[in-house]
Design a protein around this ligand. Structure first.
Ligand code: NI
Length: 226
């Protein structure tokens, strides 16, 4: 399941974040890569323990918490503090799968990466190339969204970022451990929740909505890990 969340960041939040990133010092992106992905990764990253990364990361987490669609699509148990990357002309990240388990920096906690997320911080017209290409059972999906938009996809997917051929592409990226481990189960719950919201907005029949809502919570009770 590929989920697009438009305008996760407000225009003001986006502008402030971009200003901060434009004056930041970037380092080689291979610091957080696993053995295979380090061989195909060629981008820049904001040092994870620096003040800029920590503050901007907290801002992204705050934006995620207020997004009902993000909560519904991911049913988050743990969210990895977002990292920031930058691709200049000629930079790319070849085909890879993200590491399954990640240590949350500065803590003893580990997170299973069920879903991967990219928050676009550059507008599509600012750069050429740089598409995020995600492979699933239905083929390859090419993703290039507006600045401030988020895309979430199963972390088990092979994915890559095509070479940037003009301009600069900046993004935040992170992982989510969901209360629902299986992508199929999670996607089913997302569909049910979305339908409940739509039926409620359309002024649907109370009793049916109560029954459907009970089904949603009882499935969550059956499958959820907390
Ligand atoms: Ni990746």
């Amino acid at each position: 399941m590929l989920v697009h969340i438009a305008a996760l960041l407000s225009p003001d939040e986006l502008a402030a974040m971009r200003n901060r990133l434009n004056s930041a010092a970037w380092t080689d992106g291979r610091v957080t890569a696993g053995h295979q992905s380090a061989q195909v990764k060629g981008n820049l990253q904001l040092p994870q323990d620096g003040a800029a990364a920590r503050e901007l990361s907290t801002e992204v987490l705050r934006a995620l918490e207020r997004s009902a669609r993000f909560i519904s699509a991911t049913l988050p148990r743990h969210v990895y503090p977002p990292l920031f990357n930058r691709y200049e002309s000629g930079m790319s990240f070849g085909a890879h799968v993200d590491n399954a388990i990640r240590q949350i920096p500065g803590t003893p906690h580990r997170l299973r990466t069920d879903m991967s997320a990219t928050l676009f911080l550059s507008a599509p017209e600012e750069y050429d190339g740089g598409e995020l290409v995600i492979e699933d059972t239905y083929g390859a999906h090419c993703v290039k969204h507006a600045a401030g938009d988020l895309v979430i996809y199963p972390a088990r997917s092979v994915h890559r970022v095509l070479a940037v051929t003009r301009g600069v592409r900046m993004a935040a990226f992170f992982w989510i451990q969901s209360m629902i481990r299986d992508d199929g189960d999670r996607s089913l719950l997302f569909d049910v929740d979305t339908s409940i919201r739509e039926l409620t907005q359309a002024g649907g029949h109370d009793e049916s909505i109560v029954r459907l809502t009970a089904c949603y919570h009882n499935l969550l009770r059956r499958w959820g890990e907390v």
